[in-house]
Design a protein around this ligand. Structure first.
Ligand SMILES: Cc1cc2nc3c(=O)[nH]c(=O)nc-3n(C[C@H](O)[C@H](O)[C@H](O)COP(=O)(O)OP(=O)(O)OC[C@H]3O[C@@H](n4cnc5c(N)ncnc54)[C@H](O)[C@@H]3O)c2cc1C
Length: 302
C-alpha cells in the first residue's frame, strides 16, 4: 500500500515552545542546484527529522533572491513531513504588494510561522538607498503580517547579542529589539555568537528594557566545521570569533575530521552552558549539513 504523506501539524511555534522544556531547531538555506536540493531534502527528512526538531526554518536570500525556492521548500516540508516549517521573510527591495503576496502563498502552503526580518541589500548593491523601502524596520513587517487577512501567523524576529552591525550601541539596539517584540513577535532567534556571556548580557538588557516575559530568545549557534568559512560568516554578521576558539581549532591541525571534532566539542560546551543557564533551546545554523548538528545534539542528550 502506498504510504500516505504525513500532514504537517501546522502548529504555531510559540505553542510548540511552550510545550517543550527545551527546543532544538534547524536552519537551512535554499540550494542553488538540483543536487543541492536533493541533498537538503535528505538532510531534513533522513538525518535531522529523527531528532524531533521543534521546527525547521528556511532562509530568504538577500533581497528576496530565493523567494520561490524558499516558499517551495517550506511548502514541501509542510505537505510531506510532520515537521513544522518556518519561512524567513525580508522586506528590503520588496514593496507591500509583493510581501502581501508572499504571505498569502505561505498561508496557502500551510505554513503558519514566519521569521520577520528587514534583510540586507545584496552585496553587489553597496549604494542601495533604504529610504525608498516601503518597510523601514522589521517591526513594520511584524505588524503587517498580523494584519494580513490570509491566516493567523506566529511571528519570530532576529536578535543580535553583540548588537546589530549598523546599530550605534548595544543599548539602543536592545531598545529597538524590545519595541520590535512588542509589535507582535512570539519569539526571537539570535545571530550566532561563540561565548555565552554575550547572550546573558543581551537577555538581561532586554529584561531591563521591558522584554515580555513570555517571549523566548533562542540562541542561534553555528558549529565550526571549517575555520575560514565560519570566521568569514562571523565577520559578515558582526559576531566576535574569539582567539581562544581559533587557537583551539588550529591546534587540531590540517585534518578536517579533527577540526570538526574540535568544533563540535566547543559548540557542545557552549550549548551546555546556555541550556544550564536557562536558555529555552538551541537553533542550529546547519549550512545544510547534518553531522556536526547531530553530534552536538547527541552530546547534549547523553
Ligand atoms: C536569526 C536570523 C535569521 C536571519 N535570516 C535572514 C534571511 O533569511 N535573509 C536575510 O536576508 N537576512 C537574514 N538575517 C539578517 C538580517 O536580515 C539582517 O541582519 C538585517 O540587517 C537586520 O534585520 P532585522 O530584522 O534585525 O532588522 P531590524 O529589526 O529592522 O533592525 C535593523 C537595524 O535598525 C535598527 N532599528 C530597528 N528599529 C528601529 C527604529 N524604530 N528606529 C531606529 N532604528 C531602528 C536596529 O537597532 C538595527 O540596527 C537573519 C538574521 C538573524 C539573526
Amino acid at each position: 500500500m502506498p504510504t500516505q504523506p504525513v500532514p504537517s501539524s501546522g502548529r504555531h511555534i510559540r505553542d510548540i515552545l511552550r510545550d517543550r522544556e527545551r527546543s532544538f531547531s534547524f536552519e537551512f538555506f535554499p540550494p542553488k542546484t538540483a543536487a543541492g536540493a536533493d541533498n537538503l531534502w535528505r538532510v531534513i527528512t533522513e538525518d535531522l527529522a529523527p531528532l524531533d526538531p521543534a521546527f525547521v526554518s528556511v532562509t530568504y536570500g538577500a533581497g528576496g533572491s530565493t523567494r520561490e525556492n524558499t516558499i517551495e521548500i517550506v511548502r514541501r516540508i509542510a505537505a510531506e513531513t510532520a515537521i513544522t516549517p518556518m519561512a524567513h521573510l525580508t522586506t528590503v527591495l520588496a514593496g507591500r504588494e509583493e510581501i502581501r503576496q508572499v504571505i498569502a502563498e505561505l498561508a496557502a502552503a500551510g505554513v503558519h510561522n514566519i521569521l520577520a526580518l528587514r534583510g540586507d541589500p545584496p552585496r553587489d548593491m553597496p549604494d542601495y538607498d533604504r529610504s525608498a523601502d516601503e518597510f523601514a524596520y522589521a517591526a513594520d513587517l511584524v505588524e503587517f503580517i498580523h494584519a494580513h487577512p490570509a491566516a493567523d501567523f506566529c511571528v519570530g524576529v532576529a536578535a543580535f547579542p553583540e548588537r546589530h552591525p549598523l546599530a550605534t550601541d548595544l543599548d539602543t539596539d536592545v531598545r529597538n529589539f524590545v519595541a520590535k517584540v512588542k509589535a507582535g513577535a512570539d519569539f526571537a532567534i539570535t545571530q550566532m555568537f561563540f561565548e555565552a556571556h554575550h547572550y546573558w548580557r543581551y537577555r538581561d538588557l532586554a529584561d531591563q528594557y521591558g522584554m515580555p516575559a513570555e517571549v523566548p530568545i533562542i540562541p542561534g549557534i553555528m558549529p565550526v566545521t571549517n575555520v575560514s568559512q565560519v570566521q568569514r560568516i562571523a565577520q559578515l554578521s558582526g559576531a566576535d570569533f574569539p582567539q581562544w576558539l581559533y587557537d583551539r581549532l588550529v591546534a587540531a591541525g590540517d585534518d578536517p575530521d579533527a577540526v570538526q571534532r574540535a568544533g563540535v566539542e566547543a559548540a557542545t560546551e557552549l550549548c551546555h552552558e546556555l541550556l544550564e543557564g536557562g536558555a529555552p533551546g538551541i537553533h542550529f545554523y546547519t549550512l545544510n549539513k547534518s553531522p556536526a548538528t547531530r553530534e552536538i545534539h547527541a552530546n547534549l542528550n547523553t
